[in-house]
Design a protein around this ligand. Structure first.
Ligand SMILES: Nc1nc2c(ncn2[C@@H]2O[C@H](COP(=O)(O)OP(=O)(O)O)[C@@H](O)[C@H]2O)c(=O)[nH]1
Ligand SMILES: [Mg+2]
Length: 491
């Protein structure tokens, strides 16, 4: 997500680092790079200009802590200003008695019908009883699509294949919803390829006569400034309550997320991050800002984890961690839990500083998921007793375990060393404060993701992923650069 924006912003900050003091001209140059980064991400010209001006003003006014060095101060101000630019927002779906009516609108292909399903799933999960209304009467296929989604979720779908009057369909649907004890109704309306008067009039007619409680504009983030322009047009016609930005999992550059609130005043409520029904996230400007600045998005990861992890198993593991116990079995269980979150590459994208590592690994053709599977395979080839007491594994067993998992025996040694370090950390932090625990978690994540690849570079035979010498590091840097060049050439 927003890789190029993140890269450009980091470059802008790098241009400002390494100076004890930032002169006014240093900061002006750095901020010019920030402005270009925003424009390149397809933010609107006014937004980029105002943004940079306000960062500069705040910096000169020194409204930030003196404890930070100048670059940290700029970074903090940029972060705060990004949050202010995209917020405040309220990602909750309000509740009206007896029924909340939500109208989804937007251009064709923006993701309305898909989002309808995603919202339905979210509402179901929060204990509400949704119903979908097929109010896109232009294409019969649109009705089928909504019915399929409803079927998957077990959500009632109101369908009338004869009527050509969306107002009439919505009104009858609402009546039926009342009888069916439904408490939230989502209207999936028709879209066009471009904004036209007929579409707007039809939607205004629905809004006036059906009086939805909330009108959400669904828009494809990949269309950048066009997204913002159409949001403006829809907001003029309909008075929107929120924007749902879809396809952020694609190569959206970030401009729509950056500008839509500033230009229309309408907050983003949710973002779509994939085609599946789970792929909808609440929009949090602070998390979005840290993603854009390449600082990861731990909160989102934690929330997904809460939803997907086996909570009982997690509590059991926590208890063991508190006691300072961490066997290879525990490690294996944690890996299984983590894999429910999705691929390692995706998980790494959420962890501060790991996003770049993930893309570097990609360039080196190292697949972290495959590496994790190898580690899992190794643990699986051990006996239960060995997993509890790895000390008993002698060199003959190491050979067998390696053979069983189809890897080199050096990998067994690496794994055992890594586990020793992790167990040591668990022991030393057991019973510690929340802060200690958070530090431990981040160290362990780093350990688990870095080490299977022997610390990024090619694993030297017998190496145990210790720190690279300057010479090795230089070799690694060259290799990365070459990989990057090769990749560019291929394009
Ligand atoms: N990658 C991705 N695809 C999406 C997302 N939301 C919708 N889509 C896809 O966009 C296409 C159009 O979606 P649809 O819901 O039919 O759009 P509608 O015409 O506005 O109802 C479909 O292929 C969806 O799978 C998203 O957040 N990410
Ligand atoms: Mg549709």
């Amino acid at each position: 997500m927003f890789e190029s924006l993140t890269d450009r912003l980091s470059a802008a900050f790098r241009s400002m680092t390494g100076r004890g003091r930032l002169s006014e001209s240093n900061i002006r140059e750095g901020l010019e790079l920030v402005r270009q980064a925003l424009l390149e991400a397809d933010a609107s010209v006014e937004v980029a200009r105002d943004f940079v001006n306000s960062v500069q003003e705040k910096f000169l006014g020194a409204e930030v802590s003196r404890a930070l060095n100048p670059t940290q101060q700029v970074l903090k101000i940029v972060n705060d200003e990004l949050v202010a630019l995209m917020g405040p927002v309220d990602p909750s779906i309000p509740k009206r008695e007896p029924i909340t009516t939500i109208m989804l609108c937007g251009l064709q292909g923006s993701g309305k019908t898909t989002t309808c399903g995603k919202l339905g799933r979210r509402l179901l999960n929060s204990g509400r009883k949704p119903m979908f209304v097929a109010a896109d009467l232009q294409r019969p296929a649109a009705i089928d699509q909504l019915e399929t989604l409803g079927g998957q979720l077990g959500v009632k779908v109101f369908v009338d294949r004869v009527s050509k009057d969306p107002v009439d369909v919505c009104k009858r649907a609402l009546k039926e919803a009342k009888d069916a004890g439904v408490d939230v109704v989502i209207l999936d309306t028709a879209g066009r390829l471009h904004i036209d008067d007929e579409l707007m009039e039809q939607l205004q007619d629905v809004e006036r006569k059906v009086q939805p409680d909330q009108v959400y504009f669904v828009v494809d983030a990949m269309t950048g400034q066009d997204a913002v322009n159409s949001a403006k047009a829809f907001n003029d016609a309909l008075e929107l309550d929120g924007v749902i930005l879809t396809k952020l999992d694609g190569d959206a550059r970030g401009g729509a997320a950056l500008s839509v609130k500033a230009i229309t005043g309408v907050p983003i409520k949710f973002v779509g991050v994939g085609e599946t029904l789970e792929a909808l996230e609440e929009f949090h400007p602070d998390r979005m800002a840290s993603r854009m600045l390449g600082m990861g998005d731990i909160m989102t990861l934690i929330e997904t984890a809460q939803e997907k992890f086996d909570q009982e198993e997690l509590a059991r593991q926590q208890e063991r961690l508190d006691k300072g116990v961490f066997t290879l079995d525990d490690f294996r269980k944690q890996m299984r839990q983590a894999s429910r979150l999705g691929s390692m590459t995706k998980i790494m994208g959420f962890i501060p500083g790991m996003g770049r590592l993930a893309s570097m690994l990609g360039e080196l053709n190292v697949d972290p998921d495959q590496e994790m599977r190898k580690v899992g395979g190794l643990i699986d080839s051990m006996t239960p007793e060995e997993r509890r007491k790895p000390d008993i594994i002698d060199s003959r067993r190491k050979q067998r375990i390696a053979a069983g998992a189809g890897v080199d025996v050096a990998r067994v040694n690496e794994l055992l060393k890594m586990h020793q370090r992790m167990a040591g950390m668990v022991k030393s932090f057991s019973g510690g404060s929340m802060g200690d625990r958070a530090r431990m978690l981040s160290q362990m994540t780093r350990e688990a993701t870095m080490n299977p690849f022997g610390g990024l570079g090619p694993v030297k035979k017998g190496s145990t992923g210790k720190r690279l010498t300057p010479k090795e590091r230089e070799a690694q840097r060259k290799k990365l650069e070459k990989a990057r060049r090769d990749k560019k050439r291929k394009k």
